[in-house]
Design a binder for this molecule. Structure first.
Ligand code: ZN
Length: 80
């Protein structure tokens, strides 16, 4: 039985899990509130977890997404 997370609009706990994982982050899931139909991510990350996720994952995500484009700068996310 998946743990149900509280809606961050109406505080209902009747959220339905609609997708596991958020942009490659397996520690968060996407829910839809049965009461107000708000779609939300849970659990929310605290600041340190969020910073760690972006530092660890986001540059790789951008690099993968832009991998077939020619890079015109020597920016942080471009390794050639
Ligand atoms: Zn709600």
């Amino acid at each position: 039985m998946p743990e149900r997370k509280e809606c961050n609009v109406c505080q209902s706990i009747q959220g339905h899990l609609i997708k596991k994982g958020v942009y490659g982050n397996p520690h968060q899931d996407i829910y839809k509130c049965a009461d107000c139909e708000h779609v939300y991510i849970a659990p929310l990350l605290d600041d340190s977890q969020e910073a760690k996720f972006y530092l660890d994952q986001y540059s790789a995500f951008l690099h993968a997404r832009g991998g077939r484009q020619k890079c015109h700068t020597s920016g942080t996310f471009c390794r050639q």
